[in-house]
Design a protein around this ligand. Structure first.
Ligand code: ZN
Length: 340
């Protein structure tokens, strides 16, 4: 790991970055974050890793706001010099304020947060988090969910087992209707003998509007992420529009400024269809982001590609140095990233 980082630093100093830029051109890269933690934890970027990443961006990149990206795309700007990077964060958990925000200030960097308005209102506990909570709290060592036709038990012995179980359950729930999903979560909670509290416990709680207001006065722009975080592609066009415009209205009323940018919940290709793009555009959002990348980075302003960021520093360097983008353009392939 250390060796890889050293090798990349060496390649950089020998001009590998300039060569990549010459062959593939300089285009902005949009980073996507979700959650932050104090200590290393699966699915989170912990404070020390985040600080190292932001320090690198501060020193070696041209960190731009999504508004600057939007303007650059609109005017077909030719970018030169250091790679332009935009920082985005989805969902609106409290850890954005507690961990990311002080570091953004420390390195004087702009970012855009895509907020789920009902979550900030305190009326929503993400279903994915309910599943996580149940799996964390249970004393059971196996689970046989009712939907498993083979009745094969899922192991819950180790932390890795529980992580795998969460993925199995979340993948199943992802494509269900709200009612079907609630039924599955109730069934799992009952089988694992865990009572789900009415409001999310602290690990899963949202930012407050007052924290959002404070951040928006600094350099954190607040974009939309729907009202209740549904898969927009599963809704009727009118339902999708209500989710998108309702979120925009709430954010603008609470912050007293326009909310111009949007990110699709989950954000995979199957979660955001043409009707969803129409709803987002009709609601007045100027730029919308998905949660994966492929060679069509900026072809569609209603489906701009992003690169997910994890804790691994080598992987982070590959993203911000354009190596991932270059690989993806060369292969013409799509790379799915953790969902938004
Ligand atoms: Zn999300």
């Amino acid at each position: 790991m250390v060796m890889k980082t050293v090798l990349w630093a060496l390649a950089r100093s020998l001009g590998a970055k300039r060569l990549l830029d010459r062959v593939f051109g300089i285009e902005p890269i949009v980073l996507m974050y979700h959650r932050f933690s104090e200590q290393p934890q699966a699915g989170f970027v912990h404070r020390a890793a985040l600080e190292r990443q932001l320090e690198f961006l501060h020193e070696h990149c041209n960190v731009i706001s999504v508004a600057e990206l939007n303007e650059g795309l609109r005017s077909k700007r030719r970018w030169d010099g250091r790679t332009p990077i935009a920082i985005t964060i989805d969902d609106g958990y409290a850890d954005v304020y507690e961990i990311l925000y002080p570091l953004l200030r420390k390195f004087d960097l702009p970012a855009t947060l895509f907020a789920t308005s009902s979550f900030i209102d305190g009326c929503l506990w993400y279903w994915q988090d309910k599943l996580r909570y149940v799996l964390q709290e249970t004393a059971a060592r196996t689970l046989v969910p009712s939907f498993r036709a083979d009745q094969q038990p899922i192991s819950l012995h180790t932390e890795a087992d529980r992580e795998l179980a969460w993925h199995t359950l979340a993948d199943h729930c992802h494509v269900l209707t709200v009612q079907e999903r609630e039924q599955v979560i109730r069934d799992v909670a009952e089988k694992l003998r865990v009572e789900i509290p009415y409001s999310p416990p602290s690990e899963f709680r949202a930012l407050t509007w007052s924290q959002l207001r404070e951040m928006s006065r600094y350099r954190v722009d607040v974009g939309g992420h729907t009202m209740s975080h549904p898969r927009l592609s599963a809704l009727t066009p009118e339902q999708a529009f209500a989710e998108v415009v309702g979120c925009k209205t709430s954010i603008e009323a609470a912050l007293g400024q326009p909310s111009r940018f949007f990110a699709y919940p989950f954000g995979f290709a199957t979660d955001c269809n043409e009707a969803a793009e129409t709803a987002v555009s009709r609601a007045g959002f100027e730029l919308a982001f998905v949660s994966y990348f492929d060679r069509r980075l900026y072809d569609n302003r209603m489906a701009v590609r992003r690169f997910g960021v994890g804790t691994g520093y080598w992987d982070f360097l590959k993203v911000v140095n354009g190596l991932k983008r270059a690989n993806c353009i060369r292969k013409g392939s799509m790379a799915e990233m953790p969902g938004g």
